[in-house]
Design a protein around this ligand. Structure first.
Ligand code: JFZ
Length: 463
């Protein structure tokens, strides 16, 4: 028996920072389904982690701070008074919002989510609530988010904001800064030692209101690491979002019910799910820029992950970490554009496409009872091909040449024809005693990924 997606995601969240995942199935909510329409079709978005942490880029005073670039303050226990000084150096003169949006568009991405305030507490937008922001505290003096919002409006690109609601290492009342302000809770893990509600009411809630006021329609707010988010506190954020911009989506890490599920970072579930979900993922190993991280995923790996996720009903939110000058690393740009060129010819198999009606192509659980790092049954993924769907069509995406003849999994619908998506070249089908096969023409049109469209009678696959 396969483990449910839910169980896998809950397991994943446990190894992360404990993002609360609600487990009880909720009755369908028509308003939520309506809000989610664009999101379900979009499939592919650009995550941008950009902040003061791009200056140290993984190092503090010549000392390497291991871990994620945006966690440098925490990993090297930098006091607020020291870290704050970065603001006076932040001057990303090469920042050009139109170029970033153009990159997202070239990459085939349909929405952008940018850090408005990460755990370090620094606002990348003009804020009346705290002077610790890009306009009031830097020589740059420009509202980077406003420029991005305007560029997105010009290019018809949806824009959402990451906002760290719980952790704020700059504020005595925010969660996470134990080196300046002591532990968040007493040893019992429950008794709160910080004035969280003062911080929430005084900074986080009003800043979320600012984001929902001055930047046009906000596609979504991406809350994160809900460390002291009681249902009541989470609800306050949800109420702000719903009352100010009812179409704005809430991600899965607020701490109370969001609009869709966020998996653990870089975690792709092993099965399909009908519920809206998203995998936040890195192009290398960090979110915020680190000068020593050159472990770039190849275009082929990115294309596979995208189609894998779409074939399971999810979205891929793929991150770039711009430098302190405001430049997206060249390697990330090139890899994203390569996948974008593939999407230009093959996007029909991705955008607005539904999950696989099969599932056997995903792989299988180890029959020898092996366990994964979480102690759960080890899943052995197959990476040869994936299936996505639209009414009357199956899109079979091959990442390596299938053995010939390749047998299409049995369906009750009558199969009409098959062709290569990118050049519409017909593919000859053979049907014998209910089994339909074809031979993939050699060489594969695109060695990275070649899509074969199979048209069948009716709108929905019957098995
Ligand atoms: C969080 C942040 O701490 C990190 O800096 C980055 O912004 C990332 C996108 O999100 O890290 C997490 C949060 C949740 C999980 C893992 C890492 N999780 O649920 O597995």
């Amino acid at each position: 028996m396969r483990k449910s997606l839910l169980a896998i995601l809950v397991g994943a969240s446990l190894v992360g920072t404990g993002a609360a995942q609600t487990t009880a199935p909720k009755p369908p909510d028509p308003a939520k389904e309506k809000r989610l329409e664009w999101f379900r079709d979009a499939k592919y978005g650009m995550f941008i982690h950009w902040g003061l942490y791009a200056i140290p880029a993984g190092e503090w005073q010549g000392r390497r701070c291991l871990g994620l670039g945006e966690w440098v303050m925490n990993r090297c226990q930098v006091p607020v008074k020291e870290y704050e000084k970065l603001a006076s150096q932040f001057n990303p003169i090469k920042y050009n919002a139109d170029q970033w949006v153009q990159l997202a568009q070239d990459a085939g991405m349909k929405y952008i989510v940018i850090t408005s305030k990460h755990h370090d507490g620094f606002a990348m937008f003009k804020s009346k609530v705290s002077p610790y922001n890009i306009v009031d505290a830097t020589p740059f003096k420009r509202d980077a988010l406003k420029e991005l919002a305007d560029a997105c409006a010009r290019h018809n690109m949806r824009l959402g904001f990451y906002y760290s609601q719980s952790q704020d290492w700059h504020e005595p009342g925010g969660a996470g800064n134990t080196w300046d302000f002591g532990p968040d809770t007493a040893p019992d893990g429950k008794t709160e030692l910080k004035k969280y509600d003062d911080y929430l009411r005084g900074k986080a809630e009003p800043q979320v209101r600012e984001l929902l006021t001055g930047y046009g329609p906000v596609a979504l707010i991406w809350f994160d690491t809900p460390r002291m988010m009681t249902p009541e506190r989470g609800q306050r954020f949800a109420d702000i979002v719903r009352s100010m911009q009812p179409n704005t989506l809430i991600d899965g890490r607020l701490g109370t019910e969001g609009d869709y599920r966020s998996t653990g970072d870089n975690v792709i579930p092993s099965e399909a799910s009908a519920e809206a979900w998203e995998t936040p993922a890195t192009t290398n190993d960090t979110w915020g820029f680190r000068k020593d991280d050159t472990n770039w995923k190849s275009p082929g790996q990115i294309a596979f992950k995208l189609v894998d996720i779409v074939s399971k009903g999810g979205n891929y939110l793929l991150n770039v970490g711009p430098t302190a000058e405001g430049v997206i690393p060249q390697m990330a740009q090139e890899n994203l554009r390569t996948v974008g060129r593939w999407l230009k010819a093959n996007g029909e198999a991705v955008y607005g496409a539904g999950a696989s009606p099969f599932g056997d192509e995903f792989g299988e659980y180890s029959s020898r009872g092996a366990k994964d790092v979480r102690g759960q049954k080890l899943f052995l993924p197959d990476t040869e091909w994936r299936v996505t769907t639209k009414p009357g069509k199956l899109y079979l995406t091959f990442f390596s040449e299938p053995r010939a003849p390749f047998e299409i999994p049995a369906i009750k619908n009558h199969i009409l024809r098959a062709y290569r998506l990118a050049d519409k070249a017909p593919i000859e089908l053979k049907t014998e005693s209910g089994r339909t096969t074809f031979a993939m023409p050699r060489p594969m049109l695109d060695p990275m990924a070649t899509v074969v469209v199979v048209e069948y009678e009716g709108d929905v696959v019957r098995r």
